[in-house]
Design a protein around this ligand. Sequence first.
Ligand SMILES: [Zn+2]
Length: 430
Amino acid sequence: MVRKTTDGMSAWFGMFPLSTFGDGRCYIVPGMGNTGVFETDEGLVIFDVPIKQYAHKTFNQIRQLTNKPVKYIIYSHGHFDHAFGYGPFIEEIKKKGWDMPEVIAHENCIKRFEKYRTLDKYHDWINKQQFASVRGKEQESLVSAHETLDPTIILRGNEDSYSFKLGKVDFEIYHDKGETDDSIWLWVPEKKAICSGDLMVSSFPNIGNPYKVQRYPKDWAIAMERMRDKNAEYLVPGHGRLIEGKEKVKDILSITAEAMNFVHDEVVKRLNEGKWFEQIYYEMLEIFPEKFKKHDILRPIYGCYRFAIHATYRLYHGWYNSGNPTDLFPAKTDDIAREFLKLNSEEKYLEHAKKLFSEGKRQLALHVLDIVVKGTDEKNVETLVEALKLKVKILKEKVKNEPSFIAGNIIGNAAYQIKERLKELKKNLN
Ligand SMILES: [Zn+2]
């Protein structure tokens, strides 16, 4: 299913023009993700390289601006869209006989590359779902980590900073946790510029991503506050357009810190009150402040607040999240559905699901419909087809109304899978 790309998401994917900022020797090269470039008399400092498939585009754009050699490459973190599009830069260095650049990363970035090598097929599988709406099925894997350009300067443990000078310009690097445990960000005092990596993605932070490992709300807030205290005039985000102006940069970092502190502290408060996930989740939805809802930088275009509640809960709690022992070692959902179908016919459930749908109760309709989808014998193809068709219809409506790219893709991809199943089932009907 092709999902319409919103303006926010097209910027997230780097669909905006390259821009020059500061003294005219700083650049944001748009891509997935962005590359920050600082030109000095002795060469270039490059903050992040994009995903492999964007590498030539980013490289060519930089080479239209300057011929200076690349001296430093900094990885904000080891995700595929920030540390893998180095190919053309290294080819050029070898061809011209220049010295290899220093590559700066946190030690957890190296562990991340190792993890990707262990789990490559799995990551390909989940990323195909997360980016379902923008990927052709036949595209090569975006996420192979079997070839990497490994760091030569490594920030270790909680050691939180590293500085260097190039062409009389000072560069300061800091480590904080946030979207990942290997995040680093760059402060260039002379240019009044910060490169944040994915600590800032021009959306509500990508925390609590349903497919991905634990992320860190409190540390994220701390990172935002440390950046804010630099009084930067320019902020190069990991995704999205350059953020310009002292007040604007400050406001964006402050509100994001505030939102991360809010979601963290309010979930913690409820954990301390002995509440289970469902209660915490729905209470959190009720109290989400208007000022966060309205702020442009916290729009749920990629990540969203609903996911962030999960992230905080899982930071401190295991997977038994209902407090109902029925859920500790549950029966198979298909078996449960079959028992419900013994009490009432498929038709009754279908009819009720349709009624709920017509009343706008899409989520409840899905729960009721799943009794038919999961419990009906495949021999009862006609009923199953009808139920699946309704499920696709409901999911499509949900996609249309879903602001989060990630949530929309999860739902849209499921609708696509059901449609494929329907094609098979219909063959049996004919
Ligand atoms: Zn990214």
